[in-house]
Design a protein around this ligand. Sequence first.
Ligand code: ATP
Length: 270
Amino acid sequence: SKAKLFDEKTDIKTSFKDVAGLEGAKEEVQEIVDFLKNPDKYTSLGGKIPKGALLVGPPGTGKTLLARAVAGEAKVPFFSLSGSDFVEMFVGVGASRVRDLFKQAKEKSPAIIFIDEIDAIGRARGKNNFSGGNDERENTLNQLLTEMDGFGTGSNVIVLAATNRADVLDKALMRAGRFDRQIYVDLPDVRERKEIFEVHLRPLKKGEDLDTDFLSKQTPGFSGADIANVCNEAALIAARKGKQSVGKQDFLDAVDRIVGGLEKKNKIMT
Ligand code: ATP
């Protein structure tokens, strides 16, 4: 079977309304939406549209969601791939696959390319160089750098990449004309958690006793992904009890269950 290199989606429905909190990050990517929608407005004054931005932050904080929302807001195609899948699946052909990806994105431009877990491809070169696998990864990284340098100001392809390990990335990636913008996507504070709860409560049949202030206070350290998970889990718990709506106790049970899961995960990690 032929493994798929990347996913291509047109007509993305995700918008900034789906992304709760992250005000600063949304403001920064709004500019990218404007570039994609009206490139001429910027280039006519001699400016160069940025080629890439790095979304940096812990897992589950909405980096992928934000990248999709940029494509949805700008109404441009979204080419996405995961760095770790990429390195595993395309041994020997990584560089040529990167070339294909950029070629297709340029043909459909304006477009977004989104590389999740870019650290899998973009780790600093010349370290741990014991196996052939690393040379392969370096070839892929070099091709990525070449592609980003190669596309001119007229190409209107913007590359967004996500990582939770900006510290391990090859500095060459951050050079001017590549990922020269870094956008921080942090864990939500209590106010932002409330907004995230509101987004993920939308599809649920809500009980009378639900209180998003209370829920956001009960969930310190939770990411947006954890909160989405809590909302879904609470709905399943309520259904299992045969209830007609999802109430406060279902959420507390769901929080307990997810905190238990997180503790286990942390134990394995340390
Ligand atoms: P990873 O680093 O693990 O890839 P990520 O930062 O890309 O994580 P997403 O995949 O965007 O995180 O988030 C997973 C899911 O969590 C989203 O699809 C969404 O349902 C929910 N979520 C995360 N952050 C937010 C947010 N700020 N607002 C609303 N929902 C969110």
